[in-house]
Design a protein around this ligand. Structure first.
Ligand code: GUN
Length: 292
């Protein structure tokens, strides 16, 4: 039996539509348009593409985007200075510093400089700390893990009591995804590059979140029949038949795993569009918190 394909593009479109309607209602009531400032440091092509898609989504939804691009050799003081200016700018409700930063910069200090009310990525230590604690609510939840949870919930996948395996322990996806799943009463195992006998652990998963950054890493015979498989990976794979000479694949071997899983997200068109939809939702929330 073939898995149900979770259409992340359609689900994200619906979320964005709801955000656009809420923005229009806000503006009609005489309030400000939500504003998102993006900060890109350096010339990574992938980061520049992600930032452009975020700015484009803002404009489509009636929000304002403020784009800041600093050179790869920008100093710690320059980046923190820009963040402080954006903290003080009333037109800016959300601040997004695109990661990864060039290695000479102290990422932790820069993320900590963002006002928690404007931390639409949810990466400020206070927001992450609240996510990690029982009975505490972060102001914002990181966008990609929140998108993964939203896809599971919209698809009717039972989370409470399920064994969820998170493959990868990054600050951006793996760790916050594990914390969110614990908050939804799943039993969570976090696996990483040093985990022994990974296939045996993955075979126990009712829910698998794959965020390890290795093309088509998870094979069909590693997956429990009927499991929900959420593929966060975006890897380019050489393909002489594709117009650009490569195609995008996830961390999961889609053709094999779709024959075993109960649900699966495609790449592209799965988690990717949800990250942006959740960022738009967080930016609207930031505006509502700052200017109810
Ligand atoms: N780099 C990869 N994903 C993200 C994200 O969600 N937010 C930021 N700021 N940087 C990223």
């Amino acid at each position: 039996m073939s898995a149900q394909i979770i259409d992340g593009k359609a689900i994200a479109q619906k979320v964005k539509q709801e955000v656009a309607e809420a923005v229009a209602r806000r503006v009609a009531a005489g309030k400000s348009r939500p504003g998102l400032a993006t900060v890109l440091v350096g010339d990574r092509v992938d980061s520049a593409t992600y930032v452009r898609s975020k700015q484009k989504a803002c404009e489509e939804l009636g929000m304002v985007s403020f784009s800041h691009h600093l050179p790869a050799d920008a100093t710690q003081e320059q980046v923190e200075g820009l963040v402080r200016e954006l903290n003080a700018d009333r037109r800016v409700h959300g601040i997004l510093v695109q990661l990864p930063l060039p290695p000479h910069l102290n990422e932790e200090r820069i993320l900590q400089a963002i006002s928690i009310e404007k931390d639409v990525d949810g990466f400020h230590p206070v927001n992450i700390g609240r996510l990690a604690q029982k009975g505490r609510e972060p102001l914002f939840i990181p966008c990609t893990p929140n998108g993964c949870l939203y896809l599971l919930e919209q698809s009717g996948v039972p989370i409470e009591g399920a064994h969820a395996v998170v493959l990868g322990r990054s600050n951006i996806v793996g760790m916050p995804a594990a914390l969110l799943l614990i908050g939804k009463n799943a039993t969570v195992t976090v696996c990483h590059s040093r985990t022994r006998d990974l296939p045996a652990i993955i075979r126990q998963a009712d829910i698998l979140i794959a965020a390890i950054g290795k093309a088509e890493f998870v094979r069909g015979d590693w997956v429990k029949p009927g499991a929900a498989v959420i593929d966060v990976g975006i890897n380019s794979k050489p393909d002489p038949n594709a117009p650009k000479g490569y195609r995008l694949v996830g961390d999961v071997h889609f053709d094999e795993v779709k024959e075993v899983a109960g649900w699966i997200t495609p790449v592209p068109g799965g988690v990717g569009p949800m990250t942006i939809a959740m960022l738009m939702k967080n930016t609207l929330r930031a505006a509502e918190l700052q200017e109810p």
